[in-house]
Design a protein around this ligand. Structure first.
Ligand SMILES: C[S@@+](CC[C@H](N)C(=O)[O-])C[C@H]1O[C@@H](n2cnc3c(N)ncnc32)[C@H](O)[C@@H]1O
Length: 349
């Protein structure tokens, strides 16, 4: 890259929060939607009158957005560029952006302290907890919506294909560790009318899971709820599962904590049971946009969630599995949703 181009790129980074807040504001005020509908573009005066804003307010936003290649300008009319189109209509971009604004934006200000202290120093911007998991289900409404839409976006789409893989093993009893609001428990008990699911999670999440599952008559008698802090050295996972399911769960922990959790499962595991670990691994991504989203998510863990976890590569997780004395016997790269991998893990023969 030429020096002048690099200097320009460096300014984009130096002012990146300005661009982010410009997009957020234009989305919230409906300017992006208006431009999406009006493919031929609108002048500043037209946007101001349609949105009941001052021309000054519209002008500072659209000028920044044009400089950042979000808008194009032709004959005094602003219109969406392709980047602007994705910011307005693409689902992954939308959940990432709202998650950044509502959960991460203020907290990231404390990233340096979080790195230095090894603690989620930014979490205080949204609640008084030690880790975000103690507050998830009781976050203020808008924050809760953004967190859950982000979380579900990165797991829901994979459940259909995951069910086919797990039920090839014909499990009678599944332990869903980190079962959250019960989405997997609902999907799997609906998929197989005889399977039982035990959810293990923190109390605050179990309350929501229980309310969701109690409302579904056909499955409610086949799901039970087990409050467990997996970080508590005294906590145990009892015997009895044919399948252990951990979806987007182990990335909530440091390498040492993951090993301890796996050892906890291993301790009472039946010899023929299988552990399935579903993750979005940074080294398994086919699209740059996906890898970028995951690597950025690691900094959410650092500054806000818990201070010590990240999105892992599959090689890192397989190394921890081996260290815990378990064996990765198969690696399923999902084809339909393209982002997830399921590691199939057993006790060594
Ligand atoms: C990112 S969510 C994943 C939820 C779900 N499995 C999915 O695929 O969408 C992580 C879950 O782990 C739970 N969790 C985090 N720390 C925990 C701990 N120390 N003990 C038990 N569960 C924990 C959270 O409450 C949350 O429900």
């Amino acid at each position: 890259m030429k020096a002048l181009d690099s200097l320009y790129e460096a300014q984009k980074i130096a002012f990146s929060p300005f661009v982010f807040q410009t997009v957020y504001t234009m989305l919230e005020l409906g300017i992006m939607d208006e431009l999406y509908e009006e493919r031929d573009g609108l002048t500043v005066t037209e946007i101001a009158s349609r949105k009941n804003m001052t021309e000054y307010g519209v002008r500072v936003l659209v000028e920044m957005a044009k400089c950042a290649d979000i808008l194009e300008l032709n004959d005094d009319k602003y219109s969406l560029s392709k980047i602007g189109y994705f910011l307005t209509r693409d689902e992954m971009t939308k959940v990432n952006l709202m998650f950044t604004q509502d959960i991460c934006y203020k907290g990231l200000f404390h990233l340096k302290d979080a790195i230095v202290h090894g603690k989620p120093e930014g979490l205080k911007e949204i609640g008084p907890w030690e880790t975000i998991y103690q507050g998830l289900s009781i976050l203020p409404e808008q924050l809760r919506k953004s967190w859950f839409e982000f979380d579900h976006h990165y797991s829901d789409n994979s459940f259909g294909e995951a069910l086919k893989i797990i039920f090839q093993h014909n499990p009678k009893h599944i332990y869903d560790i980190g079962g959250n609001t019960g989405k997997w428990a609902i999907a799997s008990t609906k998929h197989d009318p005889s399977v039982r699911v035990s959810i293990f999670d923190l109390g605050v999440q179990l309350k929501v899971a229980k309310a969701n599952i109690d409302a579904i008559a056909e499955i409610k008698d086949r799901v039970d709820f087990n409050e467990r802090d997996m970080l508590n050295p005294a906590s145990e996972i009892p015997a009895g599962a044919d399948v252990y399911w951990m979806s987007q769960f182990l990335d909530c922990f440091s390498e040492g904590e993951i090993e301890a959790i796996l050892l906890k499962i291993k301790k009472n595991m039946k010899p023929d049971a299988t552990i399935f670990i579903m993750e979005t691994f940074i080294d398994d991504q086919r699209f740059k946009a996906a890898e970028y989203s995951l690597v950025a998510t690691s900094l959410y863990f650092t500054a806000i969630a818990n201070g010590n976890s990240k999105m892992y590569s599959s090689s890192a997780l397989k190394y921890i599995i081996e260290k815990a004395g378990l064996e990765t016997v198969k690696e399923h790269r999902l084809h339909e949703d393209r982002f997830h991998t399921i590691l199939e893990v057993k006790l060594p023969k």
